[in-house]
Design a protein. Sequence first.
Lengths: 90, 190
Amino acid sequence: MPDELDPLLLRRFAQSRAPLADARFVAQVEARLPAYSLRDRLLTALLAALQAGLTGVFTGIAAPLRLRNAGIVALAALGFAVWSIVQSSL
Amino acid sequence: MNRAGLAEAAESVIVALAVGGDRDAFCELVARRQSWMRNLLRRLCHDPALADDLAQQVFLKAWRSLPRLRAPAAFGSWLRRLAINTWLGEVRSAPRCAPLPDSDELGDTTAFLLTATEQLDLDRALARLAPDERLCVVLAYHEGLSHGEISAATSLPLGTVKSHVKRGAERLRVLLAAYQVPAQEHAHAG
């Protein structure tokens, strides 16, 4: 259900929404824009690559844990590892 | 893409280019959004020059923060939030956006009435609301946001937003009526 608003105030606000076309404003903003250097771009790209890499690694680690019976599989793997160590030390 | 091509491109395309550091694309975004941004800040500040100054600051912050924008489709709401935070920062650090005192409510009435327009009335009345109340009223009436959206944009609790919108609108109606009555009297006298 939409929030109830005063129609009279809505009309007043709508009237105040006049378009403000001003090329000078855009030119002023453009003049104040700091240069986006090659170093910034490389840094951004590097961070994005690092983030993508880490996401991949964590997804790879977490994926088996999302499997059904992952706990049993992990326990079995642990048991097998212990058994292998015991066997090899004998 | 050249500037003529940018002028006809969808905003999502231009945002994606600007995120990648395309200066021309960002200037196209400024051209498209400047009227909306300046109107929003003019409702929040009672000084058009200050509103334009804040609008410039918002666009400069946007340029610096764009590489961190994760959802280009949400560019509009992201920019609005940037504007709100910039305005709140101004309110907290300097009194230029602070509410006008009540003693000024109908002060210098004659000078005001001679230049009165409905828009000036509205901005002058809005300037008498407390900052949080003004913000909620502007976001509800000017931006058309729901209470829930205002709560998300301002981090104010939903109940507080509802109360601010209700009380702010009531106060605004009273203030606007107070301006209209002398204005009509002045018109009849003239």
